[in-house]
Design a protein around this ligand. Structure first.
Ligand code: BDR
Ligand code: CA
Length: 315
């Protein structure tokens, strides 16, 4: 079975991605680490424990660092994911599931060192924990099997950002961490808005999932009500984007995607902070900060119908 750690900020679409991974055959989820983003770190960690407890996911949950590498806490986007970051669906205040005593980045280091070359990291929140792990123990870059990130955008679908005109939320929330993670010598695939905005689930689709699936599918229906409303009201859409589950889909079946290879940088400061840029592999420029950075993969197209069929089948 293929081992994976999910670094996540649940989050409505994070919950959908976690359940997708949990039910996938031949996958062994070996840990959940939490990031801030859709809620403050206490909220996203509570939600991760709640999801694990509710759906019988018996792996360690390790809490990540709240502030970005540059010390920015940021505000929770309550108008997107609700006050509790799970679409305002009520949760118990008290949970039984204990937290792993280690901070998320230490947990990641220990797990990678214990199973060299075996573990895939899927990061669907800010990249803070992955960057901290690299800073503390740079050698782990050679211990990860691969790193799959939901974040960024390269403009191939006409979109550069969703929180600013230039930047996607996970990269904008900790741009320095994103730049360090895509610049490290491990194989990274960026699953950004280029592809996540090409796959959408509408109410008819989600209702079919609810009616044909088990408790997890019913839960997905409930938590997506507020998120759907945000897509209606703020974006004028009649369906939700499939952000985080697209990163899980890449892990399960990379043949769903087309990728472009090249060195990637993320703008760390200023008006375009969080913007991601790809230098096509093999192209040379007279002066740049891309030299010496590894070529990575950026997803630029996806077979959405097959992706959604995989999601429905798995749930
Ligand atoms: C990303 O930001 C969060 O709102 C989502 O959970 C997703 O990870 C999309 O930009
Ligand atoms: Ca997320």
């Amino acid at each position: 079975r293929r081992k994976v750690i999910l670094d996540t900020d649940p989050g409505v679409d994070d919950a959908m991605a976690l359940l997708f991974l949990h039910f996938a055959p031949d996958v062994e989820l070996v840990g959940i680490t939490t990031a801030s983003g859709n809620g403050l770190i206490a909220t996203t960690t509570h939600n991760a424990r709640y999801l694990a407890e509710t759906f019988g996911i018996t792996v360690p949950v390790a809490q990540g660092q709240g502030p970005s590498l540059d010390g920015v806490v940021g505000e929770a986007p309550v108008y997107v994911h609700g006050r509790n970051a799970l679409g305002n669906v009520p949760e118990p205040a008290r949970l039984n599931r204990a937290l792993d005593p280690r901070p998320a980045h230490r947990f990641i280091i220990d797990m990678l060192r214990a199973s060299p070359g075996e573990i895939t990291l899927i990061a669907i929140g800010r990249m803070t924990n992955l960057a901290l792990a690299l800073r503390e123990d740079p050698a782990i870059a050679s211990f990860a099997k691969q790193v799959i990130i939901m974040g960024g955008a390269f403009g191939t679908n006409g979109v550069l950002g969703n929180v600013t005109p230039a930047a996607e939320a996970n990269f904008a929330g900790d741009p320095r961490a994103a730049d360090e993670v895509v610049g490290a010598a491990w194989p990274v695939t960026v699953v950004g808005l280029d592809v996540t905005t090409r796959t959408m689930m509408n109410d008819a689709w989600l209702a079919r999932l609810r009616d044909r699936g088990g408790p997890a599918s019913k839960f997905i229906w409930d938590v997506t009500r507020f998120y759907m409303d945000f897509h209606h009201r703020r974006l004028g859409l009649d369906a939700i984007y499939v952000n985080d589950s697209s990163a899980v889909a890449f892990f399960l079946d990379p043949s769903l995607f087309s990728v472009r290879r090249g060195a990637i940088r993320v703008v760390t400061e200023g008006i375009a902070a969080g913007e991601s840029i790809l230098k096509p592999a093999g192209r040379r420029f007279p002066a740049n900060g891309w030299d010496g950075r590894p070529d990575q993969a950026a997803c630029i197209d996806v077979d959405s119908e097959r992706l959604k069929a995989l999601y429905a089948r798995t749930l």
